[in-house]
Design a protein around this ligand. Structure first.
Ligand code: A2P
Length: 318
């Protein structure tokens, strides 16, 4: 299993199973299939509303000796409504209870966006009391406490741009160890990835296949398709691989962890098999010049008349 290394030398399997959009009725089986197939990294979040079912799968996998806890890498994420200092360890402990684990391998701030306590995803627009102004550095201090207490081995962030990373780098005690962001051939984010590299921050690519199963409410009409892109399809034929496998191999070749979501046994296996594909420099260059630029998860659901956040202060300019 290919891995990437944290600054202290700990390793993280480069491919993980994504669980965003996996329904409670499907995710138990999907995680078990993945662990049986050889996945050793599962990406979770409190917001995905399925951590209890993921936890049931872990419990069964440990009981049946499919995997040992110490050989499994589990990530979860702090939701926006728990950004206050004391809420951070409380939220992490709830996630641990749901996942039936006594520590996480990696805990991330899900978004650089702060909600009032108790606000889930659905309430972000209508409720005038949705947003609050907890400084990011306060949330980061809470994350540092979690690491000190051994609740998680590593801490990081998700959806952070350079200026927000700099806030934590300049004022925090621990430099973030991970920034999980949307990354794929339509959104390579070279500048942000290079910034992270220069500070010893690893990256994980979310929505590596274009997240075609997002709910209609957060999808735009006529989105370009990664899986049907002619360059990707053409390269896939050449390697006798599927387009999804090429997209996964592209991330791995960049040294970036990748978390394709699937609840289908064949596709779970297919995605793992992509770790053996070796794309030539020429084909990587072809993908780099793909000629389409697109962000699927553009954060517009956090912006609007009542929001203090704009897309401009969320995202890095390419
Ligand atoms: P399914 O869960 O039915 O396999 P992303 O990881 O970018 O969020 O994309 C997830 C979407 O891609 C889901 O709709 C998932 O469907 C689909 N998917 C996962 N693996 C593959 C694959 N190998 N080929 C085609 N589609 C895939």
């Amino acid at each position: 299993m290919k891995t990437i290394k944290f600054r202290n030398g700990d390793e993280m399997p480069i491919i993980g199973l994504g669980t965003w959009k996996s329904k409670p009725g499907e995710v138990f089986q999907a995680v078990l299939w993945a662990l049986e197939a050889g996945y050793r990294h599962i990406d979770c979040a409190a917001l995905y509303n399925n951590e209890k079912e993921v936890g049931n799968a872990f419990e069964q996998a440990f009981k049946e000796n499919i995997v040992k806890r110490e050989d499994l890498f589990v990530t979860s994420k702090l939701w926006n409504s728990n950004h206050r200092l004391d809420d951070v360890p409380t939220a992490l402990k709830k996630t641990l209870k749901d996942l039936k684990l006594d520590y996480l391998d990696l805990y991330l701030i899900h978004w650089p966006i702060s909600f009032k306590p108790g606000v889930g995803f659905a309430q972000h627009r209508e409720e005038f009391y949705t947003y609050s102004d907890v400084p990011l550095i306060q949330t980061w201090e809470g994350m540092e406490h979690c690491k000190e207490q051994g609740l998680t081995k590593h801490i990081g962030v998700s959806n952070f741009n350079i200026s927000k990373l700099n806030e934590l780098i300049n004022s925090g005690s621990i430099v973030p160890e991970m920034n999980q962001i949307e990354l794929h051939p339509f959104l390579p984010q070279e500048k942000l990835v290079n910034f992270c590299r220069s500070h010893g921050i690893l990256n994980t690519a979310y929505s590596p296949l274009g997240s075609g199963d997002r709910s209609a409410s957060i999808k735009k009409a006529n989105e370009p398709s990664l899986l049907e892109n002619t360059t990707i399809v053409e390269i896939a034929k050449k390697y006798n691989a599927s387009p999804a496998q090429i997209l996964i191999a592209y991330s791995i070749q960049r040294g970036i962890a990748v978390i394709p979501k699937s609840v289908n046994k064949e596709r779970i296996n297919e995605n793992l098999a992509a770790t053996t594909i070796d794309l030539s420099a020429q084909d990587m260059a072809k993908i780099a010049n793909i000629g389409v630029s697109y962000r699927y998860v553009d954060g517009s659901f956090f912006t609007g008349p009542i929001s203090p956040y704009t897309k401009d202060d969320l995202w890095e300019k390419e």
